[in-house]
Ligand binder design. Sequence first.
Ligand code: ADP
Length: 364
Amino acid sequence: MHGHNVVIRLGYVDCVMYLLDASGEYFIQMAAHGPKNPVALDIKNPIKIKMGEGIVGTVGMTGKAEIVHDTTCDARYIMDDEMRCSEITVPITNSFNKVIGVIDSEHPHRNFFTPADLEILTTIASITAIKLLQATSQERLQSVREDLKQLVYTAAHDLKEPLRMIGCYSNLLEKNYAGQLDDQGLEFLHFLTEGSKNMDILVQDLLSYIHLSSEQPHKQVDCNEVMGRVLTNLHVAVQENGAQIHCSELPVVWGHFSQLMQMFQNLVSNAIKYRSEAPPVIHIYAKYEYRQYLFSITDNGIGIDPEHFDKIFKIFYKLHPKREYGGTGIGLATCKKIVENFKGRIWVESGKGQGSTFHFTIPR
Ligand code: ADP
């Protein structure tokens, strides 16, 4: 779009961008302004020009910009849509100075293009090269991300079956043969059962992390309802820990019910799990500020040393050995991914032994 505006201001009749194809032999018309571009991004009769052929192919080969003041006297001139007497052609080069394309403009009058035009088009070609690099890097990054996601998904999925087998047979062992085992045998069996349970939770957490959809929120969600569901799910943990949970009136936000539930559940269950000696006392509240809702979950638990504040939101990062508190190290990474999907932010305020407050925002 910006390209169109610039070309109009320069008073050009047309302007065409060619990119070198994968074989490195042909320049293909990829974008145009003027008669070659009837609507939107369409190009009428896109042509390809061989490396070295015509003025476009020459500039593509030499990497040197050219102005032709009278095309009728230049044997290299190739007529595309109609005969024009002036032509200006600049190369688009990548960071290794290799030509990756060409920008070309023609005008019906002789001697139309000036050295100033050459300077402007050369600048446009440099900007185009940067934009192209950005677009291809983005594309590559996206494809690597997709591959990685697929790999983790397949690995996690394939682990489910052997895990189910281990869980199933260790249960059978416990049920039918526990009487024949000595204390050490029973202890080994216990490790086996616990190990497979933990692995199962890890696989489930990983799969739900990968499945988090990044589509834009599409529903009004009442966070009071979400919290109601979370408290039902955490009923046993609340009872076992003698936890007190105080929840203020929460707002209705634009989001996904299941993702918000996962978010609150991870934060509240952590507030219960990372408790200190005293029974957990947890406050959940929200306020509206600067066009966003700020949610806070405060606990009186073991707290977190500020040096770990950023790291705890990374996947698999755990501050304590698994045997102390359990957990997979995926909970807060999931929360971060969810809020970022909503274009919000999550952070923690805490100190060792001082309880923690997790804050997150959801734009209104
Ligand atoms: P986990 O499955 O280990 O609980 P999380 O991603 O939910 O994984 O949390 C990462 C780490 O952050 C935890 O291992 C724990 O050390 C710390 N943490 C999370 N929430 C709290 C909290 N409320 N109080 C103290 N530490 C916490």
